[in-house]
Design a protein around this ligand. Structure first.
Ligand code: MN
Length: 341
């Protein structure tokens, strides 16, 4: 990891902070994904093993495909238990902020987050806001989970990384690295995964839990989308897919069903950019994925009120679904031309 050289670095600050037992609360971003949930629960396990008390708070409920994760049943979701979630934030000595770079990413918990005097940020997104007292930011890390492993090991906590902890941390690395295939996957990622296997992770079980968890309706929705709602523009190396609320209703949509759908566009030979537009009651949610040098984060920031990583970014639009897709289509040729310069 690349820490600022000015002493003391974040690891030493954290070591000093945790030199006596602390009451820790861990929060992650709204719509928590595998890395958000995995890093939160992984840190929760390791903090407890190291003699601290800890509570995980999610701004809203994680998707069902993560329900099996060790410890998830003891986490508090703000959407179902708002008072408990607020209390956990108000009463902690230290608030760990995992896998997000701006305070508004915790949605309804933003005020509660800002009110905590001691915050520790562990995150791999671009350009983090400096809202925390201790900041671990590594935009080259494939997952926040990988950073949590590095930090725990730097603190000398290897013995506290037991199977359940390692299982959570491995899960986030798998989901955020696209099962070790995105460009963010490094030799260090592989070494971290190997280390977690040595700590007891049973990888077949995790990969099955994550990947072989489809409902038939979800696969039918996917089939419908690929057949009826995907537009491939070979000359622009782009695939555009969209789903309306009535499409979702037809296939008995459940939250999380469209997770990963955008990647099917990117799996087409010659496609370097995939865009997915999902109609919600209050907005259109936009997910962009790209390969290589095609930088989607700035594009989304400029045009669709969002951000992310170079090859994976998300945004939103308050226009209608068709107007949003049309606007994207009209911006596309010059965006692609810029990438080719
Ligand atoms: Mn992440």
């Amino acid at each position: 990891m690349h820490f600022p050289s000015a002493a003391p670095g974040p690891t030493e600050q954290l070591r000093a902070l945790l030199s006596s037992p602390k009451c820790c609360t861990i929060v992650t971003h709204y719509n928590p994904d595998g890395d958000a949930v995995g890093s939160s629960l992984g840190l929760w396990h390791v903090l407890r093993a190291a003699g601290h008390s800890a509570t995980v708070v999610f701004p809203n409920k994680p998707p069902g495909f993560l329900n099996w994760m060790p410890g998830i049943d003891q986490a508090i979701s703000f959407d179902t238990k708002p008072a408990e979630a607020r209390a956990a934030m108000a009463e902690c000595d230290v608030l760990f902020c995992l896998d997000f770079n701006r305070t508004d990413r915790v949605a309804g918990l933003e005020d509660a987050l800002k009110a905590v005097p001691m915050k520790v940020l562990i995150d791999h997104h671009q350009e983090p806001e400096a809202f925390a007292n201790i900041i671990f930011s590594d935009t080259s890390a494939c997952a926040t989970c990988q950073m949590v492993v590095d930090i725990a090991r730097a603190l000398g906590w290897d013995e506290h990384i037991q199977r359940d902890c390692a299982t959570c941390l491995y899960t986030g690395i798998v989901t955020d690295s696209g099962s070790f295939r995105f460009g963010s996957t490094t030799a260090h990622t592989m070494r971290t995964a190997a280390y977690l296997m040595e700590r007891g992770v049973i990888i077949t079980r995790i990969h099955e839990s994550i990947l072989d968890d489809n409902r038939a309706e979800r696969l039918k929705l996917l089939g419908f989308m690929l057949n009826e709602r995907m537009e491939v523009l070979p000359e622009l190396g782009t695939a555009i897919i969209h789903l309306s609320m009535s499409d979702l209703k037809r296939f008995h949509y459940q939250p999380g069903d469209t997770e990963g759908f955008v990647n099917y566009g990117l799996s087409i030979k010659g496609i370097r950019l995939a865009a997915f537009f999902l109609e919600r009651p209050d907005m259109v949610k936009i997910s962009l994925r790209s390969k290589g040098e095609v930088a989607v984060d700035r594009f989304v920031k400029e045009h669709f009120d969002g951000g992310g990583h170079r090859n994976a970014a998300g945004g939103r639009s308050l226009e209608s679904l068709s107007a949003t897709v049309d606007r994207f289509r009209s911006l596309l040729p010059s965006f692609i031309a810029d990438q080719r310069k």
